[in-house]
Design a binder for this molecule. Structure first.
Ligand code: ADP
Ligand code: MG
Length: 254
């Protein structure tokens, strides 16, 4: 991004140091039958070092929102800033660079490289991003230790339990020290023990200062976050709260 972009934002009275700033984003998928309006004016602000969860029913647009923040999809309307970089107008290469600098992402299914060792699964993305092999390997080892699977470094991902596989996917997402860890239903494919393991890890990473944005339809998962944002029909459901979740607070006012 250019200096001019920063100045424009500052000039508009909106300079801030948010990790994520999504403003009035619309995304419609053209279908044969009828267009699907996945996002209809979605807004989301996430502070640095915050652990935010977006919760809402299946189909409300959570994954679409997360993909747009990750630069994997582009909105039809609205603006998106990640670490103060304006994604709007970036081409594919610029989005890829943005992802490399700022984004680590984990999905429901772990997308591990089964033919490689656990260690290589974490080293690879860093090396691809331009890191030197030795420091990348040292960091990968530290990450695996931190995430409790250091003793599995030489083995194939196939020996890991579900919870361990997701921890490996998280280690890989953290390999490039991203500004932000994004997670889309990270416990969706795990049994309850594996899910608890993974959520405990997210809590620990957040305590260590990691910014996390997670989307889920599962209230138990969202409860690990420091703030829950509710979503419905493609936008934030302002004021909608669930009395069974004591940690709920609203969206911060801009
Ligand atoms: P959630 O993650 O909250 O379950 P999604 O963001 O995946 O919701 O989907 C929101 C809506 O957009 C759904 O109706 C879904 O079917 C539709 N949708 C998502 N991605 C696509 C796509 N690539 N093509 C067509 N429709 C899509
Ligand atoms: Mg989804």
């Amino acid at each position: 991004m250019t200096m001019t972009d920063t100045e424009e934002r500052a000039g508009a009275g909106t300079a801030n140091d948010l990790a994520v700033d999504v403003r009035a984003v619309y995304r419609t998928f053209e279908q044969d039958a009828a267009p699907v309006r996945a996002l209809r004016g979605a807004d989301l602000q996430v502070n640095r070092s915050e652990f935010a969860a977006v919760m809402g029913p299946s189909g409300c647009g959570k994954s679409t929102l997360l993909n747009i923040v990750a630069g994997l999809d582009v909105p039809d309307e609205g603006e998106v800033f990640v670490a103060s970089e304006r994604l709007t107008g970036m081409d594919e290469n610029q989005l890829a660079l943005m992802r490399r600098r700022h984004i680590g992402i984990v999905f429901q299914f772990f997308n591990l490289l089964e033919g490689m060792s656990v260690l290589e699964n974490v080293v690879m993305p860093a090396v691809i991003a331009g890191a030197k092999r030795k420091p990348a390997e040292a960091r990968a080892r530290d990450l695996l230790d931190l995430l409790g699977i250091g003793d599995k470094a030489r083995q194939a991902p196939g020996v890991l339990s579900g919870g361990q596989r997701q921890r490996l996917a998280i280690a890989r997402a953290l390999a490039n020290q991203p500004t932000m860890l994004l997670a889309d239903e990270p416990t969706g494919a795990l049994d309850s023990a594996g899910g608890a393991e993974v959520m405990e890890l997210f809590r620990r990473l957040h305590t260590g200062g990691q910014t996390i944005l997670l989307v889920t339809h599962d209230q138990e998962v969202a409860a690990a976050a420091s703030r829950i944002v509710w979503m419905r029909d493609g936008r934030m459901a302002d004021g909608e709260t669930d009395p069974t979740t004591p940690t709920l607070v609203g969206q911060p006012r801009p």
